[in-house]
Design a protein. Structure first.
Length: 102
């Protein structure tokens, strides 16, 4: 929940649709419990209610090859990606700087 607004239903900024929903996909019960706790914490610490759903467990599918490492290749030449990804990366790094290895 550190790089998007979890109160936006079925959207991330200008991108709209259920494929842009705020969702967590736990692999097991322990991850589900952590996700539930994170949503509860977020709701207690912020105004607005998170619409983030917890879905699954479900079968996981790898993305197509052209999506793998997209930002490191094609994404660096895509104007939309250049406008949206760097600010999210900066926010993510700032929010979790104490967890990033030097």
């Amino acid at each position: 929940m550190g790089t998007h607004d979890p109160t936006q239903l079925n959207r991330q900024g200008n991108d709209v649709g259920t494929q842009y929903r705020s969702a967590i996909f736990p692999l097991d019960d322990a991850q589900r419990a952590e996700a539930e706790a994170a949503i509860t914490r977020w709701n207690a610490e912020n105004s607005g209610e998170a619409v983030t759903t917890i879905e699954g467990p479900a079968e996981w599918y790898s993305a197509e090859d052209y999506h793998q490492e997209y930002w490191d290749g094609e994404g660096q030449r895509n104007p939309y990606c250049l406008a949206t990804i760097p600010p999210k990366l900066m926010k993510l790094r700032k929010s979790f700087q104490n967890k990033v290895k030097a």
